[in-house]
Design a protein around this ligand. Structure first.
Ligand code: SF4
Ligand code: SF4
Length: 164
Protein backbone atom coordinates (compact mmCIF):
# COMPACT_ATOMS: atom_id res chain seq x y z
CA UNK A 1 0.00 0.00 0.00
CA UNK A 2 1.62 3.31 -1.02
CA UNK A 3 2.06 5.98 1.64
CA UNK A 4 0.13 8.45 -0.50
CA UNK A 5 -2.63 7.70 -2.97
CA UNK A 6 -1.92 9.63 -6.16
CA UNK A 7 -5.35 9.21 -7.68
CA UNK A 8 -8.82 8.15 -6.54
CA UNK A 9 -11.74 8.83 -8.87
CA UNK A 10 -14.44 11.08 -7.38
CA UNK A 11 -16.95 10.21 -10.13
CA UNK A 12 -17.55 13.84 -11.01
CA UNK A 13 -17.83 13.06 -14.73
CA UNK A 14 -15.59 15.91 -15.92
CA UNK A 15 -13.44 13.56 -17.98
CA UNK A 16 -16.51 12.43 -19.92
CA UNK A 17 -17.26 15.99 -21.06
CA UNK A 18 -15.94 17.51 -24.26
CA UNK A 19 -15.63 16.76 -27.94
CA UNK A 20 -13.13 14.47 -29.58
CA UNK A 21 -11.19 13.04 -26.68
CA UNK A 22 -12.30 9.44 -26.85
CA UNK A 23 -10.37 7.89 -29.70
CA UNK A 24 -10.99 4.20 -30.22
CA UNK A 25 -8.73 1.47 -31.51
CA UNK A 26 -10.02 -1.53 -33.45
CA UNK A 27 -9.90 -3.48 -30.18
CA UNK A 28 -12.05 -0.84 -28.45
CA UNK A 29 -14.58 -0.90 -31.29
CA UNK A 30 -14.86 -4.70 -31.18
CA UNK A 31 -15.25 -4.80 -27.40
CA UNK A 32 -17.89 -2.07 -27.35
CA UNK A 33 -19.76 -3.58 -30.28
CA UNK A 34 -19.85 -6.98 -28.59
CA UNK A 35 -21.10 -5.38 -25.38
CA UNK A 36 -23.92 -3.55 -27.15
CA UNK A 37 -24.73 -6.40 -29.52
CA UNK A 38 -23.93 -4.29 -32.55
CA UNK A 39 -21.81 -5.05 -35.58
CA UNK A 40 -18.86 -2.78 -36.32
CA UNK A 41 -20.56 -0.70 -39.00
CA UNK A 42 -23.68 -0.10 -36.94
CA UNK A 43 -21.65 0.91 -33.90
CA UNK A 44 -19.52 3.31 -35.92
CA UNK A 45 -22.54 4.82 -37.65
CA UNK A 46 -24.53 5.40 -34.47
CA UNK A 47 -21.93 6.46 -31.96
CA UNK A 48 -18.75 7.68 -33.62
CA UNK A 49 -17.35 10.18 -36.05
CA UNK A 50 -14.34 9.67 -38.27
CA UNK A 51 -11.89 12.55 -37.95
CA UNK A 52 -8.24 12.67 -38.96
CA UNK A 53 -8.24 8.98 -39.76
CA UNK A 54 -9.46 8.05 -36.28
CA UNK A 55 -12.80 6.88 -34.92
CA UNK A 56 -13.91 8.81 -31.87
CA UNK A 57 -17.06 8.76 -29.78
CA UNK A 58 -19.53 11.56 -30.40
CA UNK A 59 -21.08 13.73 -27.73
CA UNK A 60 -24.71 14.46 -26.94
CA UNK A 61 -26.30 17.90 -26.98
CA UNK A 62 -24.95 18.43 -23.47
CA UNK A 63 -21.39 18.05 -24.79
CA UNK A 64 -20.85 14.94 -22.69
CA UNK A 65 -19.90 11.62 -24.23
CA UNK A 66 -22.87 9.94 -25.86
CA UNK A 67 -22.60 7.15 -23.26
CA UNK A 68 -22.51 9.41 -20.22
CA UNK A 69 -25.62 9.21 -18.04
CA UNK A 70 -24.65 10.19 -14.49
CA UNK A 71 -21.86 7.66 -14.96
CA UNK A 72 -20.61 5.53 -17.81
CA UNK A 73 -23.44 3.51 -19.35
CA UNK A 74 -20.93 1.16 -21.00
CA UNK A 75 -18.45 0.92 -18.15
CA UNK A 76 -17.45 -2.75 -18.65
CA UNK A 77 -16.69 -2.04 -22.31
CA UNK A 78 -15.42 1.55 -22.15
CA UNK A 79 -12.49 2.39 -24.41
CA UNK A 80 -8.91 2.05 -23.21
CA UNK A 81 -8.35 5.81 -23.00
CA UNK A 82 -11.19 5.98 -20.49
CA UNK A 83 -9.63 3.15 -18.50
CA UNK A 84 -6.21 4.78 -18.54
CA UNK A 85 -7.14 8.34 -17.51
CA UNK A 86 -5.49 10.16 -15.75
CA UNK A 87 -2.45 7.97 -16.33
CA UNK A 88 -1.87 9.22 -19.86
CA UNK A 89 1.64 9.21 -21.23
CA UNK A 90 1.88 13.01 -21.08
CA UNK A 91 0.86 13.15 -17.43
CA UNK A 92 3.36 10.43 -16.55
CA UNK A 93 6.35 11.95 -18.30
CA UNK A 94 5.67 15.60 -17.60
CA UNK A 95 5.04 17.19 -14.20
CA UNK A 96 3.44 20.29 -15.74
CA UNK A 97 0.91 18.16 -17.62
CA UNK A 98 0.20 16.31 -14.40
CA UNK A 99 -0.42 19.62 -12.61
CA UNK A 100 -2.74 20.83 -15.38
CA UNK A 101 -4.65 17.54 -15.33
CA UNK A 102 -5.16 17.96 -11.59
CA UNK A 103 -6.96 21.25 -12.26
CA UNK A 104 -9.67 19.37 -14.17
CA UNK A 105 -9.67 16.04 -12.36
CA UNK A 106 -10.43 16.26 -8.63
CA UNK A 107 -9.41 12.63 -8.25
CA UNK A 108 -5.74 13.53 -8.70
CA UNK A 109 -4.16 14.12 -5.32
CA UNK A 110 -2.28 17.41 -5.58
CA UNK A 111 -0.36 16.51 -2.43
CA UNK A 112 1.21 13.50 -4.10
CA UNK A 113 4.48 14.30 -5.87
CA UNK A 114 4.62 13.77 -9.62
CA UNK A 115 7.17 10.99 -9.23
CA UNK A 116 4.70 9.06 -7.09
CA UNK A 117 1.85 9.70 -9.53
CA UNK A 118 4.07 8.37 -12.33
CA UNK A 119 5.10 5.30 -10.35
CA UNK A 120 1.55 4.39 -9.39
CA UNK A 121 0.39 5.15 -12.92
CA UNK A 122 2.88 2.78 -14.50
CA UNK A 123 1.87 0.07 -12.06
CA UNK A 124 -1.80 0.63 -12.88
CA UNK A 125 -1.21 0.58 -16.63
CA UNK A 126 0.77 -2.64 -16.45
CA UNK A 127 -1.74 -4.32 -14.12
CA UNK A 128 -4.60 -3.42 -16.45
CA UNK A 129 -2.85 -4.26 -19.72
CA UNK A 130 -3.02 -0.65 -20.89
CA UNK A 131 0.55 -0.26 -22.11
CA UNK A 132 0.75 -0.23 -25.87
CA UNK A 133 3.55 -0.27 -28.42
CA UNK A 134 3.45 2.74 -30.70
CA UNK A 135 1.29 2.19 -33.79
CA UNK A 136 -1.16 4.00 -36.00
CA UNK A 137 -4.14 2.43 -34.25
CA UNK A 138 -2.91 3.32 -30.78
CA UNK A 139 -3.90 6.57 -29.08
CA UNK A 140 -0.65 8.35 -28.17
CA UNK A 141 -1.93 8.71 -24.61
CA UNK A 142 -1.50 4.95 -24.15
CA UNK A 143 2.01 4.56 -25.52
CA UNK A 144 4.40 3.69 -22.72
CA UNK A 145 8.02 2.71 -22.24
CA UNK A 146 6.76 -0.20 -20.19
CA UNK A 147 6.09 -1.83 -23.55
CA UNK A 148 8.99 -0.67 -25.74
CA UNK A 149 9.03 -0.94 -29.53
CA UNK A 150 12.74 -1.59 -30.00
CA UNK A 151 15.64 -3.25 -28.14
CA UNK A 152 17.20 0.23 -27.78
CA UNK A 153 14.06 1.52 -26.12
CA UNK A 154 13.93 -1.55 -23.92
CA UNK A 155 17.46 -0.80 -22.72
CA UNK A 156 17.39 2.98 -22.52
CA UNK A 157 13.70 3.90 -22.40
CA UNK A 158 11.85 6.04 -24.89
CA UNK A 159 13.15 9.53 -25.56
CA UNK A 160 11.40 11.95 -23.23
CA UNK A 161 10.04 9.29 -20.93
CA UNK A 162 11.32 10.27 -17.51
CA UNK A 163 12.20 7.10 -15.65
CA UNK A 164 12.09 8.80 -12.25
S1 SF4 B 1 -12.48 13.87 -13.83
FE1 SF4 B 1 -11.25 12.56 -12.49
S2 SF4 B 1 -12.42 12.36 -10.59
FE2 SF4 B 1 -13.83 13.10 -12.18
S3 SF4 B 1 -14.77 11.21 -13.01
FE3 SF4 B 1 -12.99 11.71 -14.29
S4 SF4 B 1 -11.30 10.52 -13.40
FE4 SF4 B 1 -12.93 10.59 -11.87
S1 SF4 C 1 -17.20 5.78 -22.73
FE1 SF4 C 1 -17.87 6.02 -20.62
S2 SF4 C 1 -16.00 6.57 -19.46
FE2 SF4 C 1 -15.58 6.93 -21.65
S3 SF4 C 1 -16.05 9.11 -21.99
FE3 SF4 C 1 -17.89 7.90 -22.49
S4 SF4 C 1 -19.13 7.89 -20.62
FE4 SF4 C 1 -17.03 8.51 -20.05
Amino acid sequence: MPSVIAFACQRCGHCCEGVGGIVMSAFDIKRLGDHLGLDRNTLLERFTEHVGGRHRLVTGTDDYCIFYAAGCAVHPARPDVCRAWPYFRGNIIDADSHAMAAEDCPGINRQAPHSEFARQGRDYLVANDLCRPRGEDVPEALVSDTNPDTPEEAEHGRPGFDAS
